[in-house]
Structure formats: C-alpha cells, structure tokens
Design a binder for this molecule. Structure first.
Ligand SMILES: Nc1ncnc2c1ncn2[C@@H]1O[C@H](COP(=O)(O)OP(=O)(O)OP(=O)(O)O)[C@@H](O)[C@H]1O
Length: 616
C-alpha cells in the first residue's frame, strides 16, 4: 500500500510537471499542441507497464525467500517438497517473462515519448529564434544559438528520456522494497533506513553543484562552437593571414576550459558514486549482522533473511539510481535554463501582424519624415538625426555618401528590420509600423552587393523570392532568369537549374550570384518598391542590364557608387552628418562647385578629366 501510494503520487507529480513543460513548449506551435494528447497517452501507457514490471521485480525476493524456505524446510517429505518447488518455479518463470516483456515495452514507450519531446523542442526553439527581431541577432552570437539548438536540446532531451523512466522505476522499486522490508522485519528495516537521510542530503548538494556546473559547461561550449564556426566559414581569410596555428590554439584553449569543467564534474560524480557504493555495502553488512542475530533468536527464518537481503540490495540500487536521477535532472535543468529563456522571449518587432493593403493598391511612394535612429546595440552613436527624404512612386533615387554614412541603414529601416527612435517612415502615406511586416517585405525586392545564396539548387534559390513558391512554374523561373541575364550560364551547367550552389556545390562568381539574386527579386509579384544596393563590385554589363530591367516601372532606392547608376537615377540623395545633406538631379548637384556631391564625386574619381573641364 505504502509503495503504491508513493509511486502514484510521484507519477502524478512527474505527469503534472511534464505536462506543464510540454504545454510551455507547445504554446508556440500548433503542431505541438495537436500531438500533446498522443504523447500523454504513450507516457501513461509506459507508466502502466512500469508499474507492472516493478511489481514483478519487487515480488521476486519475497517468492525466492519462499523457495528457500521450501528447500530448507526439513519437516516435509521429498515428494511434497519437489511438487511445491516445481509449481512455484513454473509460476515464477511465467511471471518473470511477463515482467520482462512489460519492462521492454516501458523502455520503448518512454524512449519514443522522449525523442518526440526533443524533436518538438528543437522545432519550437528554431521557430522562436527565427521570429526574433534583427537587433537580437546583432547582440547574440550565431555559435551560441547553434549550440542551444543542438547540444542543449540534446542534453535536456536525454535528461528527460533517460531520467524520467529510470527515476520512476527507482521510486517504485524503493517504495515497494521498503514496504516489503517492513512487512518481513520492521525492526531490521528501521536499522537499515538510518542511512537514507545523509544520502539524500549528499544527493541534493551534489545535484545543485552539478546544475551550475552544467550551465557553465554549456556556455563555454557555445563560445567554442562560435569560434570554430566563424573560423571555418571564413577559412579564406584565416589562410590569407596565415593564422591557422593561432586559431588552433585559441580553439584548444576553449576546449581546455570545457575539459576543466568536465574534470570538476568528474570529481563530484566520482566522490558521490564512491560514497553511495560504500553505503550500499555497509547496508548489506548491517543486514547480515543484525539479521544473523535475529535468526539466532528465532525471530527470522532463513528464507526471510534472504528475502530481506535481496530487498535491501534492490532498495540500495534504487536509491543510488534516484540520486543519479536527481543529479542528471539538475544537469538537464542547468542546460535548459537558457533554452527556456530563448523559448519564452517575445520578439520586440512583430513578424506577421498589421495592415495588409488590398492587391494592386501599393503605388510605392516612400517618405522618411524627421527620422532619428541609433542601432539598439550602439544607442550612444545615432546614425540619423531628423533625416527627411521623399522618393515619389515609380522614381529611382540614388543614395550616395561616404562609407559608414548610413546608406545600408536607410534600406534596413525601410524593410523594417529596425524601428526609428523618432519620426516616421511611410509608404503611400501609411506608417510602416502599422503595416504587416511580412506583407511589406514581400513587396520589396532586394538585391544586395554580396547576395547570399543557400546551399540548394539554383531553381530553389530563385523560387525563394516567391511569396507562394508552390505556385511558381518552371516557365516563371526561366523567364526571371532570362530577364536577369542568368539563363544562359545556368543552362551551361550539366545539371542546369538543378545545379546545387553554395559550399557543397558549384562556386559561382560574384556577378553570377548577383544575376541569380536579381532573378530571385523578379519573382516577387507586385513588387512596387525595389531596394537595390549598388553592384559596383561586379562591373559587368550583363549585371547592369539585368538591374536596369528590374528597376523598370518600380520605385527604386539604390545605393550607388557607379557614375552610370547615378546619371540614370531621377534624383540623388547625399547622406552626410546623420541627415540628407543634398538632394536633387545629379547635373544640378554637380554644378554646385562647393557642394558635397561634387566633392564626393571628385574624391571617388568618378569624374573624367573632360567632364571636370566642361564643368569648370
Ligand atoms: N548592426 C549594427 N549594429 C550597430 N551599428 C551598426 C550596425 N550596422 C551598421 N552600424 C553602424 O552604423 C553606421 C552606418 O552603417 P551603414 O552600414 O549603414 O553605412 P554605409 O553608408 O552603408 O557604409 P558602406 O558604404 O561602407 O557600406 C556605421 O557607423 C556602422 O558602424
């Protein structure tokens, strides 16, 4: 009865805590919620199997004691003894077989539920990371996030998978064992149980220490991953500077820090398991000593002492299992602390809320009104102060300025990657903060100076631009590639549009990447506004031509470095001292001998000698 009550109470607690954590995980994901009931069912079934297999295991010593008593009972004749012995052994074999099967089923079901929880944890965490605002990624290192996603989830998952199952079994067996010990001999039980309180205190102290150690280990591991990831992905820079050896020793240093923490953990675990092993042996010895005295006084039979010894053994194993369960659980919680933080974090900018304009209504007039902005990570250094700029619908505005003057920042604000600290940015008179950011970005085509292509086929990279990739036909992709002057070089690859690009595939030139990026931007339907950063790095005619086609009929803000781009624009805005210093047609700006634009052009040697002569 006592064992049953303890077990049921403990199972209910585990179920409650598990349920709450699971609901927390599932709160962001409909998929997780839909699978919640399913997982609780497998967990409950596993608990049922666990109860049965533990009952079988814990009844064994009692019946084995009976077997010993039958063997040692000198009062019965050999035939009767053989009959009782055979029937008891056959019955016990059957029960043991059922117990073994139940144990296997329990391990399987627990493992499956645990693996599903890990899978869900990873998917929910990834979704939570991708929803965060861009400023969050400015502050958080990529390696750290990768580590949370791979290592921390695995640690939390394994602590759930291995521990809940083993912990429940240990509680069931310890409870049942103590009850049976009390049943067989209360006085001997009281004597043996004196050892439990000091062991519990030791387990709690060690568990707490392991928890903080685990947190520190995971943090150091995240730093090591960050370092390795950054250096491997920038191997060309490392090679060019001949920094291989110093990078290897920097990584080795981080690995040493992890090793040192692992050593501390090993010391705690070694001490703890040494003490538990010793106490187990002392327990057995005490039973033999006290039990021997009780047997000598006829208070205990040989079978009862044997049963009691076996129960002591089981209880010892279960208590040791429980303390290791506690320490592993604490390690899991340590690794989990950062995970919960990340899971609970609400993004500061919404992802998919706000006004969506009816199809075809977007004209594309852009306006910055008295915008003041500083990056959240550098609040003390504003990039813009009271900046104002108007880009009429369908016009091309070339933005120029010295390096670091804020050209890219202007584009980031328009894409609403950040919100201004003061002032408003409007599109067709609508404050971008009121518009749905997802909808807004789907109407803004972007081509950056160094476009990023993913490690997949060219076809998938181009389709990435489409709002609804499933509705994109092969003809759409071919047409976009043709307009972007990319069709011919793509078809020249043996696998054509199915050629895999990126790290593991074909390496493309800067110009080829840009033309694929232009095709990708072209697939964005109804893109009234196009944000283009200058492609000066690749001075190819084919890229320029593709770019000009992309700009046709759209409002364009182009970060310009090339004279031809500037000449073709309807207006030029010059960024200086955190605001628009000059704005107008390029000839008008050039004619101002002391103007900033003219100086900038001269400095960048954009003006040919003849043009300078003519202007003089
Ligand atoms: N994510 C960021 N966090 C903090 N500061 C940033 C961030 N991005 C840019 N800055 C700072 O903001 C200022 C403007 O940067 P921005 O990249 O917009 O300039 P830019 O005119 O595009 O420069 P370039 O022509 O060299 O590309 C710079 O001082 C830069 O250091």
């Amino acid at each position: 009865c006592t064992a049953g009550c303890i077990f049921v109470l403990f199972s209910l607690c585990v179920l409650y805590v598990g349920n709450r954590s699971y609901c927390k995980l599932g709160s962001n994901s409909l998929y997780a919620q839909a699978h919640l009931a399913n997982k609780i069912n497998s967990f409950l079934t596993a608990v049922g199997f666990l109860t049965f297999s533990s009952a079988v295991t814990m009844s064994a010593p009692f019946f084995l004691g009976k077997v010993i008593d039958i063997i040692y009972n000198t009062g019965t004749d050999t035939e009767t003894m053989a009959t009782s012995l055979t029937s008891l052994c056959i019955m016990l074999t059957g029960v043991f077989l059922c117990g073994g099967a139940a144990n296997a089923a329990r391990v399987y079901l627990m493992q499956i539920s645990g693996d599903q929880i890990i899978r869900n944890l990873r998917a929910t965490l990834f979704s939570s990371i991708l929803r965060q605002e861009v400023a969050f990624f400015d502050r958080t290192r990529t390696g750290e996030l990768i580590n949370r996603l791979s290592s921390d989830t695995a640690r939390v998952g394994s602590s759930v998978t291995d521990n809940v199952s083993d912990g429940l079994r240990a509680v069931a067996q310890a409870g049942a064992g103590v009850s049976m010990m009390l049943y067989v001999s209360p006085s001997l039980t009281g004597f043996v149980l004196l050892i439990v309180p000091p062991m519990a205190v030791l387990a709690i102290v060690c568990g707490r220490y392991l928890r903080s150690l685990s947190k520190r280990t995971q943090d150091t591991l995240a730093e090591a991953t960050q370092l390795a990831e950054e250096r491997i992905s920038n191997i060309r820079t490392v090679r060019a500077f001949g920094k291989e050896l110093s990078e290897v020793s920097a990584y080795a240093q981080k690995a040493d820090e992890v090793l040192n923490l692992a050593r501390q953990e090993a010391v705690i675990r070694a001490g703890f398991f040494g003490v538990t092993g010793l106490s187990g042996n002392i327990m057995i010895l005490s039973v033999l000593y006290k039990g021997g005295l009780l047997m000598a006084n006829q208070h205990l039979t040989m079978g009862e002492l044997s049963s009691f010894l076996m129960y002591t053994f089981w209880v010892g194993i279960s208590i040791a299992g429980l303390s290791s369960f506690y320490s592993e659980l604490m390690k899991g919680l340590g690794a989990g602390a950062r995970l919960w933080e990340l899971l609970d974090r609400k993004p500061e900018l919404p992802l998919n809320e706000g006004i969506v304009l009816p199809p075809g209504q977007l004209k594309g007039q852009l306006e910055f009104c008295d915008v003041t902005f500083a990056y959240p990570s550098r609040k003390e250094a504003p990039v813009f102060e009271n900046l104002s700029l108007l880009v009429p619908a369908g016009s091309v505005m070339a933005v120029v300025g010295a390096s670091g003057s804020g050209k890219s920042t202007l584009v980031s604000l328009l894409l609403r990657l950040y919100d201004p600290d003061a002032g408003v940015i409007t599109i067709d008179g609508h404050d971008v903060r009121d518009l749905n950011p997802c909808w807004l970005r789907s109407h803004i085509g972007t081509v950056s100076q160094e476009p990023v292509l993913f490690s997949c086929s060219i076809r998938e990279n181009i389709t990435y631009g489409a709002v609804d990739p499933d509705s994109v036909t092969t003809e759409d992709i071919y047409r976009a590639a043709q307009v972007a002057n990319a069709y011919d070089f793509i078809q020249a690859f043996p696998k054509g549009f199915d050629t895999v690009v990126g790290e593991k595939g074909v390496l493309l030139s800067g110009g080829q990447k840009q033309r694929i990026a232009i095709a990708r931007a072209l697939l964005k339907v109804n893109t009234a506004v196009s944000l283009l950063s200058a492609l000066d790095a690749e001075n190819e005619f084919l890229v320029q031509e593709a770019l000009e086609r992309l700009m046709e009929g759209r409002t364009v803000v182009i970060i310009a470095h090339r004279l031809s781009t500037i000449q073709n624009a309807n207006a030029v805005a010059v960024l200086d001292q955190r605001r628009i210093a000059e704005c107008g047609q390029h000839t008008q700006l050039l004619s101002n001998r002391h103007g900033l634009f003219r100086k900038l052009m001269e400095k960048q040697a954009f003006l040919h000698e003849e043009q300078k002569q003519a202007l003089r």
